[in-house]
Design a protein around this ligand. Structure first.
Ligand code: NDP
Length: 276
C-alpha cells in the first residue's frame, strides 16, 4: 500500500472537458490510495516538454494522453505494449523506475463495455464505421477478443484502405473494406465523430438488418442519432460510449496500481452528471 501522495495526470489540448480526474479520484477513493490526478494543458508542439517536466517528480507514477498527443506519446516513451504498437497510439504512460512504458487502453475499454452489455465477440462479424484514431485504437483488442472478421467503412476511402492494410499485417487477413452488398453484421461500431453534430454515416439501413448490437463511441445526455436510427430499425442492444470511457480508465488505473476498480458507480455518477 502506498503511504505517500502520488500524482498522475491527463495531457491534452483542449483538456478542460476531460472527465478523467473525476473517474480516477473515484477509483482511488475505493482503495484509499493517495492519488492526486490533474488535467495538463500542453501547447500543440509541447508534449515532450510537458511530459518530461511532469515526470521529473518521482511521485509521478503515470499519465493518460488524449487528443492531439497520442502519437507524440508513442514517440516519447521508452517501450510499447503490444496494444499500443498495434493501435499506433499511446493513451497511458506507466513509470517503471527511470523508464516509461506506453500502453493503449481504449480498445480494452470498448471490449470490456461490450462484454458488460452481453455482446458476444467470439466469431463475431463486425462493421467499424470510421478510420481515425478511435477505430485504429479499438481494433487490436477486438481482434484479441476472437472476432471472425472486421469490415471497415470510412468517408475518406483512402484512410479506410490504409487501416485495412495496416490491420491485416497483424490480423491474418481478417480486415476488409466495406462494399455495398447484402452482408450482415453481428456488431456495428460507430467510431466517427458524426453523432456530435447529429449526423449519420452515408450507409444504407440494411446494415442494421439481423438485429446487430450497435455501439456509438460518442456519448451525449440523450441517445445519439445513430443509436436512434438503429432502434427505429429494430435493433435491441444499442449502447453509447460512456462505458468505454470508464473502462479504459479502469485499465489505466490497473496498470498503475495493479488494482481493478469497480466501474459501475463511476459510470452511474457520470451518467447522472451528463444529464444536467
Ligand atoms: P479522428 O479525428 O481521428 O477521426 C474522425 C473519424 O470521423 C474519421 O473516420 C472521419 O472520417 C470521421 N468523420 C468526421 N467527420 C465526418 C463527416 N462529416 N462525415 C463522415 N465522416 C466523418 O477522431 P477519433 O477517431 O479519435 O475519434 C472519433 C470519435 O470517437 C470522437 O467523437 C471521439 O469523441 C470518440 N471517442 C470516444 C471514446 C470513448 O471512450 N467513448 C474514445 C475515443 C474516441 P474521414 O477520415 O473521412 O475524415
Amino acid at each position: 500500500m502506498l503511504s505517500f501522495p502520488v500524482t498522475a495526470c491527463v495531457f491534452g489540448n483542449p483538456i478542460e472537458q476531460s472527465k478523467s480526474p473525476i473517474i480516477h479520484e473515484m477509483f482511488a477513493a475505493e482503495f484509499g490510495l493517495p492519488l492526486v490526478y490533474t488535467k495538463r494543458f500542453a501547447p500543440k508542439d509541447g508534449f515532450e516538454h510537458s511530459a518530461t517536466q511532469f515526470f521529473s517528480s518521482k511521485n509521478s507514477i503515470g499519465a493518460n494522453v488524449t487528443m492531439p498527443f497520442k502519437h507524440d506519446a508513442l514517440k516519447w516513451v521508452d517501450s510499447l505494449s503490444s496494444q499500443a504498437k498495434r493501435a499506433g497510439a499511446v493513451n497511458t504512460i506507466i513509470r517503471d523506475g527511470e523508464r516509461f512504458i506506453g500502453d493503449n487502453t481504449d480498445g480494452y475499454g470498448l471490449v470490456a463495455d461490450l462484454q458488460s452489455h452481453k455482446v458476444s465477440l467470439a466469431n463475431a462479424n463486425i462493421l467499424i464505421i470510421g478510420a481515425g484514431g478511435a477505430a485504429q485504437g479499438a481494433l487490436p483488442a477486438l481482434l484479441d477478443a476472437g472476432i471472425k472478421s472486421v469490415t471497415i467503412y470510412n468517408r475518406s476511402l483512402n484512410k479506410a484502405e490504409e487501416l485495412v492494410n495496416y490491420t491485416n499485417r497483424y490480423a491474418e487477413q481478417k480486415a476488409s473494406l466495406y462494399r455495398l452488398s447484402a452482408a450482415t453484421f453481428d456488431i456495428i461500431i460507430n467510431a466517427t465523430s458524426l453523432s456530435l453534430n447529429a449526423n449519420l454515416p452515408d450507409l444504407p439501413d440494411t446494415i442494421f438488418a439481423n438485429n446487430p448490437a450497435v455501439y456509438d463511441m460518442v456519448y451525449l445526455p440523450q441517445s445519439t442519432v445513430f443509436m436512434q436510427r438503429a432502434q427505429q430499425l429494430g435493433c435491441t442492444n444499442v449502447i453509447d460510449g460512456l462505458g468505454m470511457l470508464v473502462h479504459q480508465a479502469a485499465r489505466s488505473f490497473y496498470l498503475w496500481f495493479t488494482e481493478t476498480p469497480n466501474c459501475e458507480p463511476v459510470y452511474q455518477y457520470l451518467r447522472d452528471l451528463n444529464k444536467i
